[in-house]
Structures are given as structure tokens and as C-alpha cells.
Design a protein around this ligand. Structure first.
Ligand code: FPP
Ligand code: MG
Length: 295
């Protein structure tokens, strides 16, 4: 992983812009789940480290843009780039990293370049769907799942598939492992927004619903409520919630089993991912970390 960090730092240095380096250094590095996956799946290949650095750089760029779109002030417990330097700079820094990653990607060969660039095409479409789904209270779990596949799971799927190509392993199997893991990852993220405090999350808690994101626990809660309570839940959509309103949502998610049903969905996806890599301890460990985490 140290070598991956060195490659990422080289990408930053190549930009030859002190401001870019300065802003990059203000940000936390994150869990590096994608990089770990690339290194595990294509471990013996030297190119795996470059792939890992490219994927993490794309992920970083997408988060810079996402924080502009979401008007987020914090990211991974630190002030976001848009909060520090404004949205224009955050978009430009995102573009710098995004294009650098694509330049470097070409050197990994056409097959890998197609897999990764197609995932970025998907994640941009996923972000667009996320924004438009946020216009109204979404009651449709299929729309949610399609959106989180595009927004989050596609890049994780591509990481695993591309690493498998580099290592000459079965690409379909690792792609599916990555897809299931990615879906579970985002569902757990959406649960943590409700169950964890801001200090643990490194970003505001209970924020998705206010942002217009009717995540899976909300969809399941809505399904389970009677018509009077359905109306009440809808009246809270996009509102700055009081402590009492948050407590109402949380306790109803517990009593109706909506939270449990959401967790079961994540566990089902995790089990499907596990079954594909049953003999690969390191990949099983990643699933465990994604499922059993607090932030
Ligand atoms: C975080 O989701 C956002 C993503 C996983 C994808 C964002 C993608 C783009 C902005 C498209 C542009 C892409 C590039 C490469 C320039 P979230 O808002 O649910 O999570 P959060 O709570 O961590 O912000
Ligand atoms: Mg966001």
C-alpha cells in the first residue's frame, strides 16, 4: 500500500500546481478499500499498484465533485475542498485528478482501460440519477438499487474485474464479487447515516433524508407504515429534522423492522460475494470490514 501512496503522490506532483498539492494534503486518505481489492486480486502483478493508485485517484476526484453537488462542508472528518477553497476550485482540482488518472490508465492496456473508463461513465450517470431521484420522495427500491449500482458499485466492480484481467484470473467471477460488495458497501453507508453520530462518521449524521436521499431504510420504512404515518414521514422529507423527529424515524425503523430488512439485504449481497471467493481469506476479510464497520 505504501507504494500505492507513492504513486498517488507522484500524480499530485505531476500537476505542478502548489495549490493542488496543498489542497490534496488537507484531505484524509480514506479506507482505501478499492486499492486493497486491486492489490489482493492482482497481487503478483506490478501493474496492480498503478491500477490501485488510478482507481483511488478517480474515487478522490469523484468525491471532490460530489461534495460540490451535495454542498458538503466535511469529508472524512476534515473540511472539504469546496468548503476550504470554494466550488470552482474543487471542480477544477477534481478535473485535474480525473484527467491524470485517465492518462495513466492508458498504459495499463486497452482491456483494463475500457473496464475502468466504462465504470466512470456509469458513476457519473449514477450521480445524475441520485440528484434527480432527490427531487421527490422515492418509494421504488429498484430505482435505488440501480442508482447505487451506478454511483458506487460500478467502480468497485471495475476495480476487481480490471485486477483479474491483470492477473489472468476469471474476470466475470471477480466482477460479480466486486458488484455485490459495492452494493452492500453503499447500503451499509446509508444505514450508518441513520445509526451513527457525526463524530464517528466524519460528516453530518442523519443527513441523507435532508439532502433528498430516500435511501433503502426509508423506502422500507415507508412500505411498512400506515397511511397516516406515511404522510407524516413524507412531511419530514428534506426538512432540517429536530431531535424528536429523528428519534421518531429511528424508533419506527426499528419497530417496523425496516432497519433489519435493510441490513438483511446487505448481508445477502455480502454472502453472495463471499460464496464467490470462499477460499480467499483476504477477500473475505474485506467483506467483513465493509459490513461490520461504524463509519
Ligand atoms: C458519494 O456518494 C459519491 C459517489 C460514490 C460518486 C460521485 C460521482 C460523481 C460526482 C461523478 C463525477 C465523477 C468524476 C470521476 C469526475 P454519496 O453522496 O452518497 O456519499 P457521501 O455521503 O460520502 O458524500
Ligand atoms: Mg455526498
Amino acid at each position: 500500500m505504501e507504494q500505492v501512496e507513492e504513486i498517488i503522490e507522484k500524480f499530485v506532483k505531476d500537476a505542478q500546481e502548489p495549490k493542488v498539492t496543498e489542497l490534496f494534503n488537507t484531505q484524509a486518505k480514506g479506507k482505501r478499500v478499492r486499492a486493497k481489492l486491486a492489490l489482493i486480486i492482482a497481487n503478483k502483478e506490478k501493474a496492480s499498484r498503478k491500477l490501485a493508485a488510478i482507481i483511488e485517484t478517480i474515487h478522490f476526484a469523484s468525491l471532490l465533485h460530489d461534495d460540490v453537488i451535495d454542498e458538503a462542508d466535511t469529508r472524512r472528518g476534515k473540511a472539504s475542498v469546496n468548503a476550504i477553497e470554494g466550488s470552482k476550485v474543487a471542480v477544477m482540482v477534481g478535473d485535474i485528478f480525473y484527467s491524470k488518472a485517465f492518462y495513466e490508465l492508458v498504459s495499463l492496456g486497452e482491456e483494463v482501460a475500457q473496464i475502468v473508463s466504462d465504470a466512470v461513465f456509469k458513476l457519473s450517470r449514477g450521480e445524475m440519477q441520485d440528484v434527480y431521484l432527490g427531487n421527490d420522495f422515492n418509494q421504488n427500491p429498484q430505482l435505488y438499487e440501480e442508482m447505487i449500482y451506478l454511483k458506487t458499485a460500478s467502480l468497485i466492480e471495475a476495480t476487481c474485474e480490471a485486477a483479474a484481467v491483470l492477473a489472468g484470473k476469471e474476470r466475470v467471477k471477480y466482477a460479480l464479487y466486486g458488484k455485490n460488495l459495492g452494493l452492500a458497501f453503499q447500503i451499509i453507508d446509508d444505514v450508518l447515516d441513520i445509526t451513527q453520530p457525526s463524530e464517528v462518521l466524519g460528516k453530518p449524521a442523519f443527513h441523507d433524508f435532508k439532502e433528498g436521499k430516500t435511501t433503502l431504510p426509508y423506502i422500507y420504512l415507508f412500505e411498512a407504515l400506515d397511511s397516516e404515518k406515511k404522510e407524516y414521514l413524507q412531511s419530514l422529507f428534506k426538512k432540517d429534522l429536530s431531535l424528536k423527529e429523528k428519534e421518531w424515524i429511528k424508533s419506527n425503523m426499528q419497530s417496523t423492522g425496516a432497519l433489519e430488512k435493510t441490513l438483511q439485504k446487505a448481508h445477502k449481497l455480502a454472502n453472495e460475494a463471499s460464496a464467490l471467493v470462499a477460499t480467499e481469506d483476504d477477500l473475505l476479510k474485506i467483506i467483513d470490514k465493509v459490513i461490520n464497520r461504524n463509519f
